[in-house]
Design a protein around this ligand. Structure first.
Ligand code: PLP
Length: 359
């Protein structure tokens, strides 16, 4: 029998559906350059695949440290930032630890907190503000001893960010802050300074367009990294992923280009969505836009999918809401045209229904 806490949980799931246009997982619409893929793979073909990788991933950690002005001891890398979250949360959260986080947010946090035995203290997010509820989070932290805060800015799935000075304000309470900046590039953020009670998580899955390679990293002080390292699995990064991520760092223009294209398209999509009757997009600083619709979300979601466009139904987290990733201009055009048409058709269907019920 599994533990009660596990038996009561649901697994992290994603409904698998095929679609010509895939805008459901906040991936980059732009693949990693083909010539760089081929270069790394040619190099990897000369390596011994029967030998374990360096279990400390010193090469990539060193490259990340150099890029950001840290020491290698300030950086840990993992099989996606998910793996690092899975190691870090139980490093700081044990039975009875109060854990403050905005809700809705990335579903994985709450699951990892539950498994670790922490006490979840969710703070409601109002997605229409474009901001995370910093004051309410600070009040919640103040009411606890030794709180841990988990915050993702920009927040998934709502898109809002922490108000300026938010990380410092949370650290000033004495709390431990786990700061997930998976989408931080799209908000043009900067890495916060290192602090013993701050762990900052980043990923190559979004702005770098490397979700398929599974590479994440975290930054903190050497002593905090040492503690997390005790919990983290060794050898979690394979030689190919490590080499691709190190190659990416040699080409910062890839990230810059992806981010600029996404920010421009996000602004265009947001304005166009505002003009579609019955659609209300929430302000987003990320590579996705959450929005509510006047009509049944499942119907809108299914109608988009029938037209070959897959987005994410986030209505379990935000009432009546869907979330669309920012894609290529052509993908976004297709989404906007389909959404406009569906909302019109749904509106007509509703009016017909009302006319019939009034007869
Ligand atoms: C907020 C947030 N953090 C982390 C991740 C996972 O990132 P990775 O692919 O590095 O595991 C995601 C993935 O969508 C996410 O939304």
């Amino acid at each position: 029998m599994s533990r009660d806490v596990v038996a009561a949980m649901t697994a992290y799931t994603l409904e698998l559906r095929e679609a010509a246009i895939k805008l459901n997982q906040n991936e980059s619409p732009t693949d990693f350059p083909q010539e760089l893929k081929e270069k790394v793979l040619a190099e990897m073909a000369t390596r011994h695949w029967n030998i374990y990788p360096d279990f400390e991933s010193m090469m990539l950690r060193g490259a990340l440290a150099k890029t950001h002005g840290y020491d290698t001891a300030n950086v840990l890398v993992g099989n996606g930032s998910n793996e690092l979250l899975a190691a870090t949360i139980p490093t700081f959260v044990g039975p009875g630890t109060p854990v403050v986080f905005p809700k809705p947010t990335f579903a994985l946090y709450e699951k990892l907190v539950a498994v670790a035995g922490g006490i979840a203290l969710p703070i409601a997010v109002d997605p229409s503000t474009g901001l995370l509820p910093l004051d309410e989070m600070l009040h919640a932290i103040d009411r606890c001893d030794n709180a841990v805060v988990i915050v993702c800015s920009p927040n998934n799935p709502t898109g809002g960010v922490l108000p300026g000075g938010g990380i410092d304000a949370m650290l000033a309470t004495g709390a431990t802050v786990l700061f997930d900046r998976a989408y931080g590039d799209f908000a043009e953020d900067t890495m916060p300074p290192l602090h013993d009670r701050l762990v900052t998580f980043s990923t190559f899955s979004k702005a770098w367009g490397l979700a398929g390679l599974r590479v994440g990293w975290l930054a903190s002080t050497a002593s905090t990294c040492r503690e997390i390292r005790k919990v983290k699995l060794p050898y979690s990064l394979n030689i190919i992923s490590e080499a691709v991520a190190a190659t990416a760092l040699e080409h910062p223009e890839i990230r810059t280009r992806n981010v600029a294209a996404t920010i421009a398209e996000r602004a265009r999509m947001f304005e166009a969505m505002k003009k579609i009757e019955g659609v209300t997009p929430f302000p987003s600083r990320s590579n996705f836009i959450a929005f509510t619709t006047q009509h049944n979300v499942k119907d809108v979601f299914n109608a988009l999918h029938a037209g070959g466009i897959l987005i994410r139904d986030v209505s379990a987290a935000v009432p009546n809401a869907l979330r669309v990733s920012v894609g290529t201009p052509a993908e976004n055009d297709a989404f906007l045209a389909a959404l406009k048409q569906i909302m019109k058709a749904e509106g007509r269907r509703m009016n017909r229904g009302m006319d019939e019920s009034c007869r």
